[in-house]
Design a protein around this ligand. Structure first.
Ligand code: SF4
Ligand code: SF4
Length: 69
């Protein structure tokens, strides 16, 4: 099943991936803070992911990995 992972320690909480996702299933975590003090991105509905890669291509820090299977 398509899904993504976010490396929460690399993420700087810029929100670009949140805006890029056509399925609107990404958000900045309201509860998690990484070591740098940023709220990292997270996926709230993995089954809706189409593995389109828009989020990964948009991320300036290459924090997102997309899995097609
Ligand atoms: S791969 Fe596409 S659908 Fe899946 S989270 Fe990223 S932008 Fe959204
Ligand atoms: S685009 Fe990358 S750095 Fe920015 S919030 Fe998304 S995962 Fe984090």
């Amino acid at each position: 099943m398509p899904h993504i992972t976010v490396d929460a320690e690399i993420c700087k909480g810029c929100g670009l991936c949140v805006r890029a996702c056509p399925k609107k299933i990404l958000r900045l975590s309201p509860t998690v803070l990484n070591q740098k003090g940023y709220n990292p991105a997270e996926c709230v509905d993995q089954p809706q992911c189409t593995a389109c890669r828009s989020c990964a291509l948009t991320c300036p820090d290459v924090a997102i990995t997309v899995y097609k299977d």
